[in-house]
Design a protein around this ligand. Structure first.
Ligand code: ZN
Length: 190
């Protein structure tokens, strides 16, 4: 089942998501499967629960598209439950990021190259792992979503001014996008 993806401007994207307990979500595996399906249909490499309107600390990632740049990413498909960043290290590097909630905008974003994370997988097995390179980059982007942050927050005031009209248009649904979205400023029943 595919969810509509929540567009920029929806307050849920600005909420710090809450941790979840296994007994609260006995069907979390089905939710994770649906999130992957939603993400693949939109040609994304990561998707966080707030982006489908659910404020919980859960995100999914498939970094295998970057396998050519980094062979370690072959088959890198993971779900992260209740993730907490423990440490970030290294000199910041820039990459041109995009976001399924902010279509048609891509901007260079600086992030540190390694991230140490505590999280649970879809079987509620606990992990403490360190990720680097593109895997770290995608994790940091998705982790920001469960903290209520967006990649555009990291832009300079000038860059932000330059994309402001486009952002307003996205909130109003004035955007050409091939996947289903939910726009905050579009009234229901229209
Ligand atoms: Zn995003």
């Amino acid at each position: 089942m595919k969810y509509p993806i929540v567009a920029y401007g929806d307050p849920i994207l600005r909420k710090k998501a809450t941790a979840i307990e296994p007994e609260e979500y006995p069907h979390i595996k089905a939710l994770i499967e649906n999130m992957f399906e939603t993400m693949y249909a939109a040609r994304g490499v990561g998707l966080a629960a707030p982006q489908i309107g659910i404020s919980m600390r859960l995100f999914v990632i498939d970094a295998s598209a970057f396998e050519d740049d980094d062979p370690a990413l072959k088959g890198f498909k993971k779900a992260f439950i209740n993730a907490m960043v423990l440490e970030e290290n290294g000199d910041e590097w820039s990459f041109n990021e995009g976001c399924l909630s902010i279509p048609e905008i891509r901007e260079d974003v600086y992030r540190q190259p390694t991230v140490k994370l505590s999280y649970y997988d879809e079987d509620w097995k606990h992990h403490e792992d360190t990720f680097s390179g593109m895997a770290a980059r995608i994790i940091q982007h998705e982790y920001d979503h469960i903290e209520g942050k967006l990649f555009i927050d990291k832009l300079s005031p000038l860059r932000k001014r330059l994309i402001q009209k486009k952002l307003n248009d996205i909130s109003k649904g004035i955007v050409d996008v091939e996947y289903k979205m939910k726009f905050p400023a579009v009234k229901k029943g229209r």
